[in-house]
Design a protein around this ligand. Structure first.
Ligand SMILES: CC(=O)[C@@H](O)[C@H](O)COP(=O)(O)O
Length: 255
């Protein structure tokens, strides 16, 4: 799968916050087989974890996708992205402009504006957005080549709240990489996203807050593979009525 011309073999992106320990985090990254990890510049700098934590993440070998989590304005997100580019030496940025405190719903107007500013500045933007098709169009026009629709509010573990909306996105943007971002709770949510034909999944809390984060990271990777294989195998259509699966031809007639 290609994202901005970079080929990745894993379709799972992992967040790096809230793990019980750095050791468990590193083991979870390894167990997931993910090639991209995301981290929040604001959160890590504000809690003092700082450069030691970043060094440790670099040593995992995974590609770092800095994010602008916690940014509530265009200016804040743009400045954070620029700092991230300098610190991590990458032009990839997961762009979050949060618009609503309780749901952490993206401010899609600010998101499009920030995406345009950052794209014009050479960034490769991964925008955390809603499943709105028109917003998606505006993000592509702003320079984005990837869309990251939410599954459910960040950290809620609710799974896919609007599968029909995600299906519509897949149909409307057949050639744009689509990554479900946020709200995943269980491996079955991951498999469902992949069965809808989405290209990848980004998740954090479901692994970090699991009883066994390493086991859950492994399960999520297996769910990505199962869902992707299921999508490629073209599931049968759903039917409203029963259709006998046992042929009746050739049965003995009892008189
Ligand atoms: C780490 C990160 O980027 C999160 O903001 C992301 O959206 C994942 O959300 P969940 O924690 O719900 O998986």
């Amino acid at each position: 799968m290609q994202f901005y011309g970079t080929t990745l073999s894993s379709r799972l992106f992992l967040g790096t916050a809230q793990y019980p320990s750095p050791k468990v985090l590193c083991e979870a990254i390894a167990a997931s087989g993910c090639e991209v990890i995301t981290l929040s510049l604001r959160r890590e700098t504000s809690d003092g974890a700082g450069t030691g934590f970043w060094q440790m993440l670099r040593q995992t070998g995974a590609r770092i996708l800095p994010n602008t989590a916690g940014c509530h304005s265009v200016q804040e997100a743009v400045t954070t992205a620029q700092m991230a580019r300098e610190i991590f030496d990458t032009d990839w940025i997961k762009l979050e402009v949060i618009g609503h405190a309780d749901s952490l719903q993206p401010d899609v107007f600010g998101l499009v504006e920030a995406a345009r500013i950052l794209s014009e500045d050479g960034f490769k933007v991964f925008p955390y957005t809603t499943e709105d098709l028109v917003v998606g169009e505006h993000l592509l026009q702003a320079g984005c080549e990837v869309l990251m629709p939410w599954g459910a509010p960040i950290g809620s573990g609710q799974g896919l709240r609007n599968p029909d909306g995600l299906r519509a996105m897949r149909a409307h943007f057949p050639d744009t990489p689509l990554v479900v971002d946020a709200g995943i709770g269980r491996p079955s949510d991951v498999a469902a996203a992949m069965e809808l034909g989405l290209d990848a999944v980004l998740l954090n809390t479901a692994v970090a807050k699991a009883g066994d984060p390493v086991g859950m990271a492994r399960a999520m990777a297996q769910a990505v593979a199962a869902g992707q294989a299921g999508y490629q195998a073209e599931p049968m259509p759903r039917r409203d009525m029963a259709v006998p699966s046992t042929p009746v031809l050739g049965l003995a007639e009892l008189t």
